[in-house]
Design a protein around this ligand. Structure first.
Ligand SMILES: NC(=O)c1ccc[n+]([C@@H]2O[C@H](COP(=O)([O-])OP(=O)(O)OC[C@H]3O[C@@H](n4cnc5c(N)ncnc54)[C@H](OP(=O)(O)O)[C@@H]3O)[C@@H](O)[C@H]2O)c1
Length: 275
């Protein structure tokens, strides 16, 4: 049996879909088991990753677990409970090496990896770069006035589709031979902020405007949704990525054998969110 945490989110939901489509027996962790609808006979289990004891029942009878990081989770306690319950293998969602040196975000992900390595269980690390899905935060201002407000117009990223991240996670969960591997994933092309706005406009069939914010204005917008230290780390990554060309990372192809989805493919799937 496979346990998927973060199972109702953008990546985890797709992981559950892929695993059940492949015929796996799946248990899906959620804080809202009575509200969620899961694909393909996956069974919802209650649990809060910030309260280790609440997850203990979900580990019983599980062979492989996918861990989706939640800030402030007691990861060592969670891993100890998993091991005690007989879990053999962990697949961890981590993060790629980001521009500008080890940011706070990267340090947190590497600490998670260290904890999993120290747990004594077999492990696979899935390290995506920036998510294409981050650009869904542009949807309200595009719907309201065809405008994207952002700083760092020439920050180059090679963002990755959440479906590709999920495909790599699912491949790792389904195959014991993936133990010991670290998959670093990006999308197929380096794109600046302005280039992504242009592609979105082409997919939506109408030109979009880009209005540049100062880093301080972006920080004000970010701290509405993130702790200030995380907002500062995000700004540091974008500043370091400005004027560069983002590297293309091989993980999607290594894990699935296929190419990663393009930004235009991702935008086409989410077009309704921007209309
Ligand atoms: N954004 C990036 O560019 C980037 C890059 C690399 C890595 N990451 C990592 O990706 C993750 C964010 O992914 P996302 O935005 O796509 O997530 P998301 O779709 O918003 O999904 C959130 C999921 O987390 C679960 N969850 C939240 N708090 C929980 C808790 N205390 N206990 C149990 N489950 C909890 C939710 O489950 P319920 O509500 O059902 O309980 C839900 O399934 C972060 O861990 C981040 O570090 C992000």
């Amino acid at each position: 049996m496979i346990l998927v945490t973060g199972a109702t989110g953008r990546i985890g939901g797709r992981v559950v879909h892929e695993l059940t489509a492949a015929g796996a027996t799946v248990r899906a962790l959620t804080r809202r088991p009575d509200e969620v609808q899961l694909p393909g006979g996956a069974v919802a289990m209650p649990g809060d990753l910030r309260v280790a004891a609440s997850v203990e029942p979900a580990f019983e009878g599980v062979d492989v677990a996918y861990l989706f990081p939640v800030p402030g989770w007691p990861i060592a306690d969670l891993l100890a409970l998993a091991r005690k319950a007989g879990v053999r293998r962990i697949v961890l969602l981590s993060s790629a090496t980001l521009p500008g040196g080890p940011s706070l975000i990267e340090q947190q992900h590497r600490a998670n990896e260290d904890a999993v390595r120290a747990s004594g269980m077999l492990c696979t690390f899935v390290r995506p770069t920036a998510f294409m899905a981050n650009d869904l935060s542009w949807a309200p201002s595009i719907r309201a006035g065809d405008t994207v407000y952002n700083a760092f117009p020439d920050a180059s990223l090679a963002p990755v589709d959440e479906h590709d991240i999920a495909a790599v996670v699912a491949a790792a969960l389904l195959d014991d031979d993936r133990a010991g591997h670290t998959y670093e994933l990006s999308g197929p092309e380096p794109l600046t902020t302005v280039e992504r706005v242009e592609i979105l406009g082409e997919v939506l069939g109408r030109p979009l405007r880009f209005t540049e914010l100062s880093p301080q204005e972006l920080r004000t917008a970010l701290v509405a949704h993130h702790p200030p230290a995380v907002a500062d780390a995000m700004i540091g990554v974008l500043a370091a990525a400005s004027g560069t060309t983002a590297p293309i990372l091989p993980g999607v192809h290594q894990a699935t054998g296929g190419p990663p989805n393009t930004y235009a493919e991702w935008a086409g799937r989410h077009a309704d969110r921007f209309r």
